[in-house]
Design a protein around this ligand. Sequence first.
Ligand SMILES: [Zn+2]
Length: 335
Amino acid sequence: MSHHRAHTILGLTEKGCVMAMNRIQFQPGMSLFEFFRQFGTEAQCGAVLEQGRWPQGFRCPRCGGAAHCVLRGRARKTFQCNACHHQTSLIAGTLFEGTKLGLRVWFLAIYLISQAKTGLSALALKRDLGVSYPTAWLIQHKLMQAMVEREDGYLLCGTVQVDDAYLGGELNDGTAGRGSENKVPFVAAVSLDADGHPLRAKFAQLPGFTRKAIAEWASAALSPESTVLSDGLACFAGVTDAGCAHQPTVVGGRKPKELPMFHWVNTVLGNVKTSLSGAYHAFGFSKYAERYLGAITYRFNRRFDLHALPNRLLVAALATGPRPERWIRVAETHC
Ligand SMILES: [Zn+2]
């Protein structure tokens, strides 16, 4: 369906696959003017946040009561429940809990991150928001975390093409490293429609290309009814341990990317590497690769609706609970 629509829009009848991808570039994004019209003041951002949290009006998070009063003289709008007297600030219980930054800063960060074509570095965010580098880094990682948690709710299903790849592996001076502790093994998976065009993708860091690692990844990322196509790398048989069917293509002498069925996963892999190329040199890239990949996944899976992306990321941030700096950085010791 989607590629027929692309044909109509662009008036082209050939190279349907390429056109389906290019259609994304023809979408109007939200202009900076439009953004500042809607989210230019603290009051506007606060109203949007309140509407997003309580579309039917305030509800006490403790007792569910609707009757409340608003306390004056607080830094953040604070509600007090008439029934149980529980107090809730506008940002309590969301990703923004505890922040000292204005909501305008967060909203602009959400806008910039969701509109940037190939991801946005913490350095660019620091410059654009006028905040310190550690603050920009934390904003970026909190928002990426919200994307990761949103994506975790989706499983790929149907026909799924998988491939193995590495990210990074270069030293800070740009030369290839020998030990390359920054080199990250990851799996790319793309679900395909009946015409063989990509629907959704998942990119995930793996501890290594072993059958056990693939089995664990597949049980978290794929619906058990999926049929997985791979190039026959032994570890991919691990998807059957997660209940999926496996159709390996034994590649005799040819590189998988030369085979038509590997076209999409390779195209998508190329996009991932381009998007992350600026991030490889970031301090601790390998420690946070899961988050960078999650952000890429989130964006890829919403590529046909870029205009709505800022709003959707805001909704994701509201749905994600508090993720304090300590928690965001604790990941360092686990990965
Ligand atoms: Zn209450």
